[in-house]
Design a protein. Structure first.
Ligand SMILES: [Zn+2]
Length: 411
């Protein structure tokens, strides 16, 4: 593909790159190249087939979102332009999209995320609820829904799930008026008013989703807000088992993780995945969050061991995987610094594009443009660390150089 063609697509694609930086997120792409030792270890893993409903512990039932797609790294139903770059030799059909989780041993339960809004999901969720003890009183099935972050495959199901829960309650309580329905509370870490980046663009559909929620299907805050704001380190007591909230931004600004102590599990949403490595909006924040997760409960003999991700299976060696994620990023960072320490291959200064051409030399050229976004995110993080500086230019032609010979930031 001509370089000019690649660059002409960069503007449109860059919006998507913040959502999905391909070379660093897609398990599929790991069949290409050998950019780092860590990547090499991660390559070749077979994507695991998961049942739609799984009781994964005494406290937790996993329900798949029925949204298989390349977009969720799990199937063919969505094909935005970005994915023309994805090799097509992957069998996506055996994977079934975003994981949601029902927490609790007795009604009412807590639901983690609502998937994308596919019509196939509410019946599956309903079937999952039917496997659990049913409320005998006018209690709802679900008292609280915790949303992990603003991405559409986690929030899109809010309207249909809330409608389902009201419908189930009305069926169980035909003589009660709907005004007496104890509707679920919705919880989410707030996005700052002055947020920049992709969360401030049209790719954030949160407000549209909220507008689509039927009246009377949820309990707003005392101030009339849709979401009850989650806080870092908040103990979520209205549930069984007890949940502690960790704000772990980076994948998105509002991403959270949840410590589910009874399971010795950390719910990681999209920050750490069951297979593959996650994407991120802000690498600096992302690495800070990975380190925070690694440190959390490290010296606690009852600290978490396993991970409950929003894509892929339960991770048994949770801390080891988080360490691998960090190592992978730092290896990539060191690669970039090594390139910047050398003489530019095409004269002048190093640009994002010439860096990509060196680091991804063994990858197919049609993957270089997605790789450029990943390199840019690394450079932006290194700029904040005052290790590199932006020298000018735009897009993939942006020039970068070292501020000093200091090779690595402290993390
Ligand atoms: Zn996400």
């Amino acid at each position: 593909m001509l370089l000019a063609n690649l660059r002409s697509q960069c503007g449109a694609l860059s919006r998507l790159f913040q959502y999905t930086t391909l070379l660093d997120c897609s398990p599929f792409l790991r069949s290409f190249g050998t950019a780092t030792k860590t990547e090499f270890r991660l390559m070749g893993e077979k994507l695991e087939d998961l049942p739609s409903i799984s009781k994964i512990s005494d406290n937790v039932v996993r329900v798949l979102g029925q949204n298989p797609s390349k977009f969720t790294l799990q199937g063919p139903s969505r094909t935005p332009p970005l994915f023309r770059f994805i090799p097509s030799d992957i069998d996506y059909n055996h994977l079934t999209g975003t994981n949601t989780y029902i927490l609790g041993t007795q009604v009412p339960y807590v639901l983690l995320d609502t998937a994308e809004g596919k019509p196939e999901y509410p019946p599956i969720l309903s079937s999952a609820l039917d496997t659990l003890p049913t409320p005998l009183t006018p209690l709802p099935d679900i008292s609280d829904i915790i949303v992990s972050h603003w991405h559409i495959d986690h929030i899109g199901g809010l309207p249909s799930v809330l409608s389902l829960l009201l419908s189930r309650w009305q069926t169980r309580n035909p003589t009660l008026p709907s005004t007496s329905y104890p509707a679920p509370r919705l919880h989410k870490f707030p996005i700052p008013q002055d947020v920049t980046g992709i969360a401030a663009t049209k790719h954030n559909h949160l407000s549209e989703v909220v507008e689509s929620i039927p009246q009377g299907t949820f309990t707003p805050t005392a101030e009339g807000n849709t979401f009850h704001d989650l806080r870092d380190n908040q103990l979520f007591r209205s549930s069984s088992p007890t949940i502690r909230v960790l704000h772990t931004p980076g994948h998105t600004i509002d991403s959270i993780s949840l410590d589910i102590a009874d399971d010795r599990a950390l719910y990681t949403a999209d920050t750490v995945l069951g297979q593959g490595t996650a994407v991120f909006e802000d690498l600096g924040l992302y690495l800070q969050s990975l380190n925070k997760m690694l440190e959390y409960g490290k010296n606690d003999t009852a600290g978490y061991q396993i991970l409950y991700p929003c894509h892929g299976p339960v991770v048994k060696n949770g801390r080891e995987l988080i360490s691998t994620y960090i190592k992978h990023r730092l290896e990539r960072e060191e690669q970039i610094l090594q390139v910047l320490r050398g003489k530019p291959t095409e004269g002048g200064n190093w640009t994002i594009w010439t860096i990509v051409k060196v680091i991804y030399a063994s990858y197919p050229e049609n993957l270089w443009l997605p790789a450029a976004r990943s390199i840019e995110l690394h450079l932006l993080k290194l700029k904040r660390d005052r290790v590199v500086q932006r020298l000018g230019g735009e897009g993939v032609d942006t020039a970068w150089g070292l501020v000093s010979r200091t090779p690595s930031p402290s993390l």
